[in-house]
Write a protein that binds this ligand. Sequence first.
Ligand code: ADP
Length: 736
Amino acid sequence: MDASSLKYPVQVDLENCAKEPIHIIGKSQAHGVLVVCDRTNLNITQAGENASEYFGIPVDELLGKPLSYLLKMPFLAPGFDEDSLPQEVEVNRKKFLVLAHISEESLVLDFEPLAQVQDPFFFQKHLTGILNKFQAARSLEELSSEAAKLTRKMFGYDRVMIYRFDEEWNGEVIAETKNDDLESWLGLRYPATDIPQQSRKMFLKHRVRIIANVHYRPVPLKPEISPVTGKPLDISRSSLRAVSPIHIEYLKNMGVGASLSAAIVVKGKLWGLIACHHQAEKHLDFYQRESCRFLAQMLSTEITLHETSSFLSHSEQTESIRRQLVAQMKYHDNIVEALSRDTVQFLELLNCSGGAIFYINEWELNGQTPGKEQLDSLLNNFIKKQSKSLFWTRNLSALFPEAEEYKKTASGLFSLKISDDKYILWFKPEVLQAVTWGGNPQNKVFYNEEEQRLSPRKSFEKWSEKLTGFSEPWHELDRNTARTLRENISHVLLTRQRREIEALNEKLIEANRELELFSYGLSHDLRAPVRGMEGFLKILREDFSKPLGSEGLKYLEMSAGLTQKMNDLIDDILEYSRLGHIERVEKHEVDTTAMLKEIFGLFNLTANFPSARIEIQEDLPPMWGNRRMLFQLWSNLLNNALKYSSEKEAPVIEVGKTRINGRSTFYVKDNGIGVDPALREKIFETFQRGVGSKFKGTGIGLAIVKRIVEKHEGEIWVESEPGEGSVFYFYLEPQK
Ligand code: ADP
């Protein structure tokens, strides 16, 4: 949303103006007669009280009579919800043009006297000339002024204006042609409330509206309520429909005697009006009104073309600037440099006089901008508080009073948030405008004591207001361009981040590989001295036990235990590293049950784990893999199961197979100490132990298991209830 809605002086915006039920004002204008029939039998149900004036028949005489009583000739009624062509009829030797339409259950007939026979083809004859003139216009101004001239020439009003709405529905007279004695209203602006929303809606629907004589006395329909529906009749489609008294008074105050307005509709939206004023009364017949509607339509089409082509050429320009910026971003490492210090700069993207990039705590300023401190405050105290990433205003100081200080350079602000610490801002300078209102907009309405209702302002003296703190507006194209730029920048930043992460990852892998090589080398080199130590300890035990004494022997045994531990560690590290270097695993079918039995045999259960009960599921399927590795895998898992349940009174180890997610999965279950949930992933990493020194171990066993499972393209995980036991599950890639 544009937050910069023009700040007009506070309106006396009385509800009545905008809510007047103008479509059911049960009265007509006086330049014709309304006759209403029941649409099922064409009996007259309502008629204008001026019937006798035009037909010579009093209204009471007409009511209840068939339509043929009035029209002594056949009449072609329109079908449901469709207008019939106008028909020329005679009543008491007077000629009328009848326009008929259906409104709910009624047939509504507008009788307009045909004073003189108009040439219905007058307009068509001028068509080519009009088209040529429209097409020759090189700018919107020329086109509007041409349209005003043509309208005046064809319909002869004293003043013809082209009135254009802005984004907030304020109007401006952008072209005018008039009688010399009239004061010019060109450039005058009118507040949105002068043509309230519901009137704009009516214009969009009915397109052309005439008021033949503002001094007319509204003619009531008799009876006021439709006897067919029991409700007031909706006569919004009748061209004779009376005018809102407020509007009539408004016109009178302007010194207008008659008016004609035709809607200019661009892309389905009310763009403006061809507004014609006449000092005396003036009526246009149906054919003329149709011509005017057509003229407005032609003008609408031409305006659409003008707007579209200027939009296209402008958007082509910005598009090529944006593409160049993207190319620059790809070329430069530094985004800020790419956007602000190369051939094309981000400033050129939007029509502005200065811009700033905030990039991780640094400001980069280009062109005319507020100072860095001012920008800090603007960013932190205003821009960051906006909920959307795109924000624009043409009247910053009205929203952020501090900006009054720098309104000369930055009355217009357009901000684009890329991320929390990256913003791009564009600024437009203040343009001092003398806005001339058609009458003081503050005096829109006042309470008319005499008539006991609201009246529009009396004074239409030109009323000038100097607008300060305003810049030229931002446009829809700016918003689209900024959005695309944000996508481009995010894309470039993301690609960069991804590349950085990839590079970092590679470095990590390399470092890891080096570390493994180092530990492999170290372990390998430690092996010989440890073996040496083992040998010497053995000699000490065998040949020098006596002088050592019992105390000395105890220390000797402890040293032997520690050397054993070192040996185990070295073996495990070497095994782990060795596995890492294997590229391709040679696989064979391996008999699972036989392998398990062999392993348990080696554990010497009766001596080492006398109370453990082992349950192996029968008919375990064979495995597909490297025998040596699988042997190691099972040994480690089973050893852990026995080790970590050894303190239980009745340890039970179960080995079996189950199906999980459609995969044949082996498991080793024990009723031991269980695994802390926080460590469930960690225990598969090297040197990660979940227990103290109570249980012997190197902390590498499960890391080796995991490597083996991965070499077999499988997965391993643990489920456990601390204190209750653990289940280790794993599956391997089945034989292909
Ligand atoms: P360790 O040599 O310490 O047993 P592992 O790599 O084999 O090294 O195991 C890592 C850790 O996982 C162990 O220190 C232990 O805390 C936990 N762990 C492994 N198996 C079991 C099990 N069956 N029951 C309980 N905890 C286990």
